[in-house]
Design a binder for this molecule. Sequence first.
Ligand code: SF4
Ligand code: SF4
Length: 209
Amino acid sequence: MQNAQERPVLDQAELDPEFPRRMTRKAWGENLRRCIQCGNCTGTCPLSEYMDLGPRKIISMVRSGNKTDVLKCDTIWLCASCYECTVECPKEIKITDVMYALKQQALDAGHTPRSMPLPVLDREFFNIVMKLGRSQETWLMALVILKTNWLRGLDLAPMGLKLFAQGRLSLLPDPIKVGTGKKGDLKTIMDACDRLDKEEEKEAGVSSH
Ligand code: SF4
Ligand code: SF4
């Protein structure tokens, strides 16, 4: 993937004017307009040197509506949610929450970098839990390896076999009931969350993508 810093600057027509509003709402009403671009967040972030865009730049790009580059950058997947930036921000902007909201938005939009296992792990974990009602480590590991770097699977095979031999991994799923449509059921709760999300977006007058 082309590094976000190497891509040409987007022109006005490519910016999404609704994006800042949507992200503000998704990040629990965080007011990004307060940002004074001081750079404290990037300066204190322990991972900024590995990011293609620092947190300061992310906030600036969200405010300008540069959804295209923000949702495709590696930064949001590298963020370790350590809250250093949030603690150091003089304007008390909850940058970590913004990063989290961006991750969610990127997943919804299908932007998950293949080279990074974390988003694939998130998505597959969610899919398995929605199907079985709980996680299944063997399937999860296999899917993440196959969908990211299957060659790595060859390195991990001896360890996997050892874990099987010790009874620490199982091939058989051990599902609990999901999707019975009863109050408290996992699928019912997730459907209700989706519904609430859509209603809030409708009230706020923004579209979900
Ligand atoms: S520390 Fe806060 S005010 Fe400074 S650039 Fe980062 S988000 Fe903006
Ligand atoms: S929460 Fe994320 S962006 Fe903020 S300092 Fe930690 S790793 Fe960096």
